[in-house]
Design a protein around this ligand. Structure first.
Ligand SMILES: NC(=O)C1=CN([C@@H]2O[C@H](COP(=O)(O)OP(=O)(O)OC[C@H]3O[C@@H](n4cnc5c(N)ncnc54)[C@H](O)[C@@H]3O)[C@@H](O)[C@H]2O)C=CC1
Ligand SMILES: O=C(O)CCC(=O)C(=O)O
Length: 539
């Protein structure tokens, strides 16, 4: 049974999906905080949050069962994503479900601001017929500066074009050509927006680079009488600088849906009549809440039931069909990692993974993570998975380099790994056989062909008659049955490598006896999962 905590209010339709899902137990207790939240989280496999819950590193500390965090919404700034990644917890969001509602709310604030709707409303309710005081400004013909032209920013721009506004935009990922097609004049430096805009609206995620991006110097560049809207995240517009610019009369107004600390019920900005405020309502429509709740519920159910990952913010997402396609290669890479970990001597400092043929066309960053997972999974106390393996490798000073080779090889698909340690370099290469088997086709300079399955005895010996028999005899004497054998050599009479697939794990005495023969220079036992056996994160 997988337990899922709902820690913020979620639309009924999402709850119903969770309750109907097989093997899912729902813990619907919005509003938990501090230690109580931590102890409930530790007993849950997954959690669905909105903006009311902040997931800190402390809440994620092991021991905890938590494997997945789903944000029913777009912004993940209320989750310490690097800490989740470190603990192997996948973080997913539901982008798109609340885009239109948030864009509409931005337009609502834009209109309310330009026509003083909240102040005029209050004044009339208080018995004043003040028509002159609330003379506004027309939006048609004005310039709206849009910073961040992703889903919400573009939807805002499209709607503002409908209001006959001119749009000046900046987003590092939107080309000038595409912007022009959409009727947006794009600039290559956001600083160019401020002197030309009548109103600036931000639609970027909150992060190191965007925190305070509309600050004192940007406000100074704005024309006198300009206005600012923040419907993205508190802190992107510097609240102190905004207050100063409004109080000095340099800015004519501001509209805010989000605050640097939430909930926020007391701010000097709330005392200014030319500031329109709402309590983080951008996504608060029935439609948006329905969309994100259904999407969040489906994401968590599919992950917990089938291992499917979509909209992950801390790993490459794979559609179920892509995952099915990638599984064989994930399996090759993890097995190479497991093999390397048992073969390489000394402290590993670098691993270079080269993809050739079919492998080169896959999501290689994910395959590389599968290799790192295999390399570390038997050495560390903590769970190593497709989310945290690269971070854990980095933490241990292992540099992982990924290469794509267009060279022709004898195999339709080939993954080669070269692991460097303080005691030398180990090279392995593998390919597939059929849908289920992984074939090791190279160890160091030896070419061979061995199925990477179960327990294997790998030894390096002089290429002389009788040595394979000797190893077999010793293993037989110690009750170890040999199920298969492969030998690879460079030149006749030189050194060769043998791999025996064995039915049991040889005891230390048997290995000692084999090592005692000075014609055998190395013996290793490598234990791999049975063919086809894969971890849950491979789907
Ligand atoms: N008020 C509310 O209730 C809601 C607020 N939001 C906020 O709006 C933000 C945007 O949401 P979406 O449009 O769905 O995200 P998105 O990911 O589709 O768009 C964000 C855009 O910002 C751009 N960007 C990033 N750094 C930038 C920078 N330094 N300068 C200019 N552009 C930059 C990105 O290239 C991207 O195109 C979210 O991160 C969230 O914080 C989203 C939904 C509801
Ligand atoms: O959860 C909410 O209602 C807020 C939505 C939001 O801010 C987001 O999706 O980023």
């Amino acid at each position: 049974m997988h337990r899922v905590l709902i820690s913020d209010p979620l639309a009924e339709e999402g709850l119903r999906i969770l309750e109907a899902a097989e093997g899912i137990e729902v813990v619907n207790t919005p509003g938990l905080k501090g230690d109580e939240l931590k102890s409930v989280l530790a007993e849950c496999d997954g959690v669905i949050i909105r903006s009311g819950t902040t997931i800190t590193a402390d809440l994620l500390q092991r021991p905890s069962k938590l494997r997945v965090i789903v944000r029913a919404g777009a912004g993940v700034d209320n989750i310490e994503v690097p800490a989740a990644t470190r603990e192997g917890i996948v973080v997913m969001n539901t982008p798109g479900g609340n885009t239109l509602s948030t864009a509409e709310h931005t337009i609502a604030l834009l209109l309310a601001l330009s026509r003083h709707v909240p102040a005029a409303d209050l004044s009339l309710r208080e018995g004043r017929w003040d028509r002159k005081k609330y003379t506004g400004s027309q939006l048609a013909g004005k310039t709206l500066g849009v910073i961040g032209l992703g889903r919400v920013g573009l939807a805002v721009a499209k709607r503002a074009i409908g209001l006959e506004m001119n749009i000046l935009g900046y987003d590092p990922f939107l080309s000038a050509e595409r912007a022009a097609e959409l009727g947006i004049e794009s600039v290559s430096d956001p600083e160019d927006i401020y002197p030309r805009a009548d109103i600036v609206t931000v639609h970027v995620p909150l992060g190191e680079q965007t925190k305070g991006m509309v600050g004192k110097s940007q406000m100074a560049k704005l024309r006198k009488g300009a206005a600012v809207i923040n419907c993205a995240r508190g802190g992107i517009v510097d609240e102190d600088a905004l207050l100063e610019a409004l109080e000095s009369g340099h800015l004519s107004g501001a509209a805010l849906d989000v605050y640097s600390s939430e909930p926020c019920t007391d701010s000097p900005l709330f005392k200014l009549p030319n500031v329109v405020v709402t309590p983080h309502l951008g996504a608060s429509t029935q439609e948006a809440q329905l969309n994100v709740a259904i999407e969040a519920a489906n994401l968590i159910v599919n992950y917990l039931q089938k291992g499917n990952i979509r909209f992950a913010v801390n790993m490459a997402s794979l559609e179920p069909s892509e995952l099915e396609e990638a599984r064989r290669h994930l399996d090759i890479c993890r097995r190479l990692g497991l093999f390397q970990a048992q073969l390489a001597k000394g402290a590993i400092s670098k691993a270079t993974i080269t993809y050739q043929g079919e492998a080169a066309k896959k999501k290689t960053s994910l395959l590389t993570t599968a290799f790192a997972m295999g390399l570390l999974e038997n050495s560390l106390e903590e769970e190593v998975n497709l989310i945290n393996a690269r971070v854990l490798a980095e933490e241990r000073g292992i540099t992982i380099v990924e290469k794509i080779s267009s060279e022709h090889s004898d195999f339709a698909t080939l993954v080669r790994v070269e692991v460097e340690s303080d005691q030398g370099t180990t090279v392995l290469a593998a390919t597939t056989r059929g849908r289920q088997f992984v074939r090791l086709v190279r160890i160091g300079s030896y070419r061979l062909d061995s199925i990477m399955d179960g327990t294997m005895v790998v030894y390096v010996h002089q290429d002389k008659p009788g040595l394979i028999g000797l190893v077999g005899t010793v293993l037989g004497k110690h009750g170890v049955n040999i199920a298969g054998m492969t030998v690879g050599r460079e030149v006749e009479g030189g050194e060769a490598t043998g791999i025996l697939a064995v039915d049991g794990v040889p005891c230390p005495e048997a290995l000692q006896e084999i090592r005692a023969d000075d014609r055998i220079s190395a013996v290793h036992v490598v234990k791999l999962p049975a063919c086809g056996e894969m971890p849950p994160s491979f789907g």
